[in-house]
Every structure is written in structure tokens, then in C-alpha cells.
Design a protein around this ligand. Structure first.
Ligand SMILES: N[C@@H](CCC(=O)N[C@@H](CS)C(=O)NCC(=O)O)C(=O)O
Length: 213
């Protein structure tokens, strides 16, 4: 049975390359696993949507009888038993995937919300310091190894690198060169390039549909 990945039917320009279905698309490309894309409306949060994702967000998946939301949980589910979560690294991969969400993204999101949503420069500056500290710490971990758990690229790197993209776009990786190189190594992978191209094509098709509606 084909896996179904659900994202929005359309989003404005700004968040397009960062909508979190990118994480799932990227992993599915790494695994060579085909999938079908489905959409929910951004502007109207339907009961059917909330039944699948209680916070009325995306992404969520249907994989046979399994319905899952939360990008991290979806990645863990899909990576299980694959090269993206090798058996001998399972605990380390899980640890780093949760660290990406709960010790890194939590700070970068707080900075992002202060700066771009609340437009509170004082709070954004304070939060940026915390993000930069995390990035220094992460860079130290990566000294002498290509990936978080050693020499194999895993789903934890996929998520960490994806989380680094947004602050990276605003220069927060500029003074952590090895961490920036790590993020670049990850996002130079053909699977990411394909996932991003497909995601952006989806938004372009959505624009065309809007224009002809
Ligand atoms: N923790 C959730 C966050 C999901 C999330 O923030 N989704 C965004 C798109 S990237 C969304 O649906 N935003 C619209 C909204 O919150 O109404 C996950 O990782 O899946």
C-alpha cells in the first residue's frame, strides 16, 4: 500500500521551502520509497484534518493502518529497520533526533518567532545568543566526524541539518564554519535536492490552480 504524505494545499511564499513535509519527503527519497501526496486546506481547518493532526498542522502520514503526525515521530517510524537508523546505532540516532528537536530547534524557533512574528528585537537578540551557543556546542560534537553518530549519515543528521536551514539562511551559521559545512554536506545530497524540487513544484502547481480558480 502506498504511503500517503499530507501537506497543505497552498502556503504563502515565505515558508514554502521550510514546510515540514520537506523532512518526510527527504527521508522517503533517501529510502527510495514511493509516496503519494495529499493536501489539506491551509485556510480552513476541517474536522477531518484535526482528526489526523490534533493541532491542525502538517505534516502527517498514513502508512497502511498507521496514521502519524509530528515530523520527528514520522521520521522515527519510517527510518526503523533501514540504513537511516542502523541497528547498532539505534539509541544514538534516537537520542540525536530528539536532541535536534528539543535541544536545538526549540531555541531556533524561539529566536525565529521573536524576530519575525513578534518583531521584538530585544527578545530576538537574547534568543539569538542561545541559538549561537547551541551551534557552538553542536560544532564541538562534530569535531573529527562527518555525522552526529560517526561516519554514517542517519535520520538524525537529516533532521538536524533540516533544522539548521532556517537559522542558516539568516546568517546564524556564519561563524561556525564546520557546522555550516556539515549542514551543506547534508543538503547537497541528491535526496534532499529532489525533495526540495518536488516540494517547490507542489507550491508552484498550487499557485497555478489558484490563478485559474
Ligand atoms: N511539531 C510539529 C510542528 C508542525 C508545524 O509547525 N507545522 C507547520 C508547517 S511547517 C504548520 O502546520 N503551521 C500552520 C499552523 O500551525 O497552523 C511537527 O514537527 O510536525
Amino acid at each position: 500500500m502506498t504511503l500517503i504524505l499530507t501537506t497543505y494545499d497552498w502556503v504563502p511564499e515565505f515558508p514554502r521551502p521550510y514546510v515540514r513535509d520537506i523532512r518526510i519527503r527527504w527521508l522517503l527519497e533517501e529510502l527510495g520509497q514511493p509516496y503519494q501526496l495529499a493536501t489539506v486546506p491551509l485556510r480552513e481547518k476541517t474536522a477531518a484534518h484535526i482528526a489526523m493532526q490534533p493541532f491542525a498542522q502538517v505534516p502527517f502520514i498514513q502508512d497502511g493502518d498507521t496514521v502519524l503526525f509530528e515530523s520527528g515521530a514520522i521520521l522515527l517510524h519510517l527510518a526503523e529497520g533501514t540504513k537511516m537508523m542502523p541497528d547498532d546505532l539505534r539509541q544514538q540516532v534516537q537520542q540525536w533526533l530528539i536532541a535536534a528537536l528539543n535541544s536545538v530547534e526549540i531555541y531556533s524557533m524561539a529566536w525565529f518567532l521573536s524576530k519575525f512574528m513578534d518583531k521584538d528585537e530585544a527578545a530576538a537578540t537574547r534568543r539569538e545568543e542561545l541559538v549561537r551557543l547551541r551551534f557552538q556546542q553542536l560544532q564541538s560534537v562534530l569535531a573529527g566526524r562527518d555525522w552526529l553518530t560517526g561516519d554514517r549519515f542517519t535520520v538524525a543528521d537529516l533532521l538536524m541539518a533540516e533544522i539548521l536551514r532556517l537559522p542558516g539562511q539568516y546568517g546564524l551559521l556564519d561563524d561556525v564554519h564546520e557546522l555550516a559545512a556539515y549542514a551543506e554536506r547534508a543538503t547537497a545530497r541528491p535526496a534532499f535536492r529532489k525533495a526540495l524540487a518536488d516540494q517547490m513544484a507542489h507550491w508552484r502547481a498550487a499557485d497555478e490552480k489558484e490563478a485559474t480558480a
